[in-house]
Structures are given as structure tokens and as C-alpha cells.
Design a protein around this ligand. Structure first.
Ligand code: ACO
Length: 343
């Protein structure tokens, strides 16, 4: 008997052309390149040029075209667009609609998710549900960020600004008939399960407040250029929660499917800090080599991080069909999630 499931049928990524090294950042703020490398593992990130006309949806479209081609489908076969970002093209409408226009697709539903670093995994769970319910055959899921335009590039913002990069990743999630849907025995390619969490008690610990209705008016003059008009983060608190929640939700996902950490072939995690990756490996009890790292090259690309990681692992020959992959993410909200899938 066959079972209707969803799989990632195509993956791709895109970044702006210019890499900005830790050293380069000294031209506009007081920052110590060694501190950044030692405390975060980041060597460089990609940033759009200040005068570039690239938008979040535009970069997402670059990755999407390639992901659609790799999935072996035509654009008009897509049934839905899910777009995850914290750096949208405009306050509204959603970037999914801008992306739709870039791709020249009409009529199918397009919506945005605002779950920041966990956005791709929240989107993956939704795409999976639509496919398994028989409502969609192909869903385009995009995580894309142009964060550089919203960062505080003065010394005041250095603790946040050095961490974030621009980038996009796109995945096509397609219906598949699998013969063996038991995650313990099957080697077929399909999405196994998703585990989502949020705790709004910490919403203000990592936030970009203005523009927004927390303010007296949408974007008050007194906040233009003030620190509240840039992303703010209680770094240590976020770090302490991330190193607890990411292993916890990964173990939850494995346990729900009767699997152990040693069954996983590759962990493709959200990337915020190399030290978080290392602590994750220790907490879950796996070798460091199984935890794929992109933080050195890309920095934290928020919703784009996991699909960029998958595409990068594919390019490096670290990802092959049939492998068991676990992804986990933690970020603003706080929101956190894990997904298990056979690649
Ligand atoms: N260059 C030199 N020094 C710096 C820099 C810099 N670029 N940035 C900060 N420092 C200084 C600070 O000013 C501070 O100096 P002080 O002690 O004199 O005040 C010092 O370095 C140490 O700061 P800490 O906060 O103690 O540094 P810590 O070791 O905690 O690392 C970091 C900070 C990297 C932000 C870490 O806390 C972290 O990675 N947090 C988690 C980030 C994360 O997971 N984000 C989630 C996803 S993001 C999202 O969802 C949008």
C-alpha cells in the first residue's frame, strides 16, 4: 500500500554578490574582528550594496527559479507560495505577493510567515499539511532576508549588526507516494514530522519595534534613528534559551518517531553562533561533524538559514537522497521548532 506524503523535491539559494568580512566592518564601526570570530564563529556575511535595488522578494525569486528547475516542474504547476521573512519588501503587502509577481505566477495563494529564525520550519510544517491533505501538489517555500538595510551600522549596534547576513533559500515541497512510511525503516524521501513551539513572554527580548503599533503612532519621528528603530537583542538570554530549546525540540522529534540521535545522518540547524552548534552537538550526544555549519560564511540569515544550509550541504556532497536529516531553529518570539525528514 502506498502513502501520500510530501518531500523536498528542489532546493536552491542565492546571496548578494558582496561578502563583508569582520575586518571590512571596521570602516564604519568600532568592532574587533577577532572578538566576532571567537565569540560567534562568523568570518564574513553577504550584504546587498547600499545602493542596490535588490529586495527580499527579488532575492527570493532568484533562489526560487533554481529550486523550481531542480524540482523538475513548471512554475504553473505550483499550488501555493509560503514566504518566511523578518525583513519584508514593505510593511504590507506580504513579500509572497511580490515574489509571485517576480515569478509571473497568477492566482495561487501566497502568504507570509513571521516566525523569524524558525520561519522556514513553521513553513515546512504548513506545506507538509497542505500536501498531505491533498490540497496542493507543489508548494514553493521561501526564506529570504535583506537584513543589511535595517541594521544599525554605528558602533552602538555592533553587538547585533555583526551577526546578520542577507540571503535567500527556496524549497519546492511536492506530493510523493511512499511505499514504506515508517520513519524507522523507510529509506524513501519524505517529510516525517514537525514540532513547533512559541513563548511570547520573551517577545520583547529580541525585536525590531518601529514601525509598529507598540508606538504611539506607526513610525514616530522621535524613534527615527533611535536604537528602537533597529533590531535589539538580549544576546545572552537568547543564547541561553537557544542552547536549551534546540536540543530539547530535536530530541522531542526523534522520540516521537522512535528514533535516536545516532540515526540522524546530518543536522542542518539554524545558524546564529558556532558556540550554539557546538553546545547542541554535546547536548544531543553526536559528533561535531554531523552538525553542518554555514555560520562562518553566511552569518545569521534568519529565515533563509536552513534552506541555504541544505543547498550548501548538497553542493559540498554532504547531503544525499535517503539520508535522515534533522533541522532545528530558535529565534525571536521566542519561537523554536524541529523537523525530521528523509532527504
Ligand atoms: N566587537 C567587539 N566587541 C563587541 C562586539 C564587536 N562587534 N559586539 C559586542 N562586543 C562586546 C560587548 O560590548 C561586550 O562588552 P562589555 O563586556 O565591555 O560590555 C562584550 O563584547 C561581551 O558581550 P557579551 O554580551 O557578553 O557577549 P556574548 O559572549 O554573550 O556574545 C552574542 C554575544 C554573540 C550576541 C551571543 O550572546 C549570541 O550569540 N546570542 C544568541 C544570538 C541568537 O541566537 N539569535 C537568535 C536568532 S536571531 C532572530 O531570531 C532574529
Amino acid at each position: 500500500m502506498s502513502h501520500l506524503r510530501a518531500r523536498i523535491s528542489g532546493i536552491a539559494s542565492a546571496v548578494p554578490p558582496d561578502a563583508v568580512t569582520n575586518e571590512d566592518m571596521r570602516s564604519f564601526m568600532e568592532t574587533d574582528p577577532k572578538w566576532v570570530l571567537q565569540r560567534t564563529g562568523i568570518r564574513q556575511r553577504y550584504w546587498a550594496r547600499e545602493d542596490a535595488e535588490v529586495t527580499t522578494a527579488g532575492l527570493g525569486a532568484e533562489a526560487s527559479r533554481l529550486a523550481i528547475e531542480r524540482a523538475g516542474i513548471r512554475r504553473d504547476e505550483l499550488d501555493m507560495i509560503i514566504f518566511a521573512t523578518l525583513s519584508p519588501d514593505a510593511v504590507y503587502p506580504g513579500s509572497g505577493c511580490f515574489l509571485q509577481e517576480h515569478l509571473g505566477i497568477e492566482g495561487i495563494p501566497a502568504f507570509d510567515l513571521r516566525q523569524q529564525c524558525a520561519g522556514f520550519l513553521y513553513g515546512l510544517s504548513m506545506a507538509d499539511l497542505y500536501v498531505r491533505a491533498g490540497q496542493c501538489r507543489h508548494v514553493l517555500l521561501v526564506g529570504s532576508e535583506i537584513q543589511s538595510k535595517a541594521l544599525d551600522k554605528s558602533t552602538r549596534g555592533r553587538d547585533v549588526t555583526v551577526l546578520f547576513g542577507d540571503g535567500a533559500g527556496a524549497a519546492v515541497i511536492s506530493a510523493v507516494e511512499v511505499q514504506d512510511a515508517d520513519p524507522r525503516t523507510s529509506k524513501e524521501s519524505f517529510l516525517i514530522s514537525h514540532h513547533l513551539h512559541a513563548d511570547g513572554k520573551y517577545a520583547t527580548e529580541l525585536m525590531h519595534r518601529s514601525p509598529g503599533t507598540m508606538n504611539r503612532i506607526w513610525n514616530p519621528d522621535e524613534l527615527v534613528g533611535a536604537k528602537e528603530s533597529y533590531p535589539q537583542m538580549n544576546g545572552r538570554l537568547v543564547f541561553n534559551h537557544a542552547v536549551r530549546r534546540m536540543p530539547e525540540v530535536t530530541l522531542e522529534a526523534l522520540e516521537a518517531n522512535g528514533l535516536a540521535p545516532s540515526d540522524v545522518d546530518l543536522f542542518v540547524l539554524h545558524q546564529a553562533n558556532k558556540r550554539i552548534n557546538d553546545k547542541f552537538a554535546k547536548a544531543v550526544g553526536v559528533e561535531d561533524e554531523k552538525v553542518f555549519s554555514t555560520i562562518e560564511t553566511y552569518g545569521n540569515t534568519t529565515a533563509a538559514t536552513i534552506p541555504i544550509g541544505l543547498d550548501e550541504a548538497r553542493k559540498q556532497g554532504r547531503l544525499e537522497r535517503g539520508m535522515l536529516v534533522a533541522s532545528a531553529a530558535f529565534g525571536a518570539g521566542f519561537t523554536w521548532a524541529a523537523s525530521l525528514y528523509r532527504w
